[in-house]
Design a protein around this ligand. Sequence first.
Ligand code: SF4
Length: 345
Amino acid sequence: MAAASFSEIPALASAPRLTDSYGRTIHDLRVSITDRCNYKCVYCRTGELGAQYPELEISEYLRLIALFVSLGIAKVRLTGGEPLLRHGLLDLVRALARLRTIAGRPLDLALTTNGHLLDSLARPLKDAGLNRITVSMDAVDAPTFERITRVPGSSQAVLSGIRAARAAGLTPLKVNCVLLRGFNDDQIESFARFARDEDVVVRFIEFMPLEEGRLWSPEIVVPLREIVDRIQRVLPLVELPAREASETARRYGFADGRGEIGIIAPVTQAFCGACSRLRLTSDGKIRTCLFSQVEHDLYGRMRAGSSDDELRAYILRVIERKEARHHIGESGFLKPSRSMVHIGG
Ligand code: SF4
């Protein structure tokens, strides 16, 4: 039976929801559309540069994503490597914006980028139907930023990209900063001011052992408590309630009401109990957790001729095996089979 075109894939109102064996409902899919990147961040790219995994055709991502949506996915985040490098990105966003969730609503469509190419793409992405954007930025001052990315001129490019995205209405605009002690922890206070001055939500992320090399250690992690204490000393904060149970960031507003920050603390305050995420790698494999040791070859089955119903059944079986949580810092912890650049955020 020929595969339905993605827009013909019906939402299965009666389909079993994407619920794992711990009772968590999965509604958030992160799709890497390339593992290529135009940055060489020192804590991420310590191995071989360049693509290491194949990319699917845009139409193939569409078919796979539509299957997940027909099972209950309501949020899709496009990631990489660097997704703005991917040819056909605007067509992909346009097509995803036409999809409807099983509740009949438009998808919540987001994208994570390093922002280098965003200045010229922000408006076209918004016009294509993108709702939100997150920019990864690990320093406010240009010398530190370019020491981390190892790309001259990258600091100004990202700042222009952020301003273009805000002007295009890709808001609330989030800026993610991975903090490493001794690399960029001196940026905490200036990032708090940056959040207020640029009207963006800066989210600090505790460094996870997902790099290519062997950089990670507990000592290099800047924990949530320390980040809050340091900002409190210069700009008083008030904790804000989570918008939903599966929100990964702890939210803080500035006491004077001007601006917000977030802290994603997977190492010291893990949030696996409410995890609602699933990942699809650039070569079409399902990862049920960032730290999975195994992957599930959905694309391989599609290429082998599986029907949409067979692929849906496979997805449901895979979800049942989603890991309970990560084991960072515990004896016996194993690094995941892929590093972050090859998984996507
Ligand atoms: S570590 Fe795995 S289970 Fe925990 S929040 Fe992340 S993806 Fe979910």
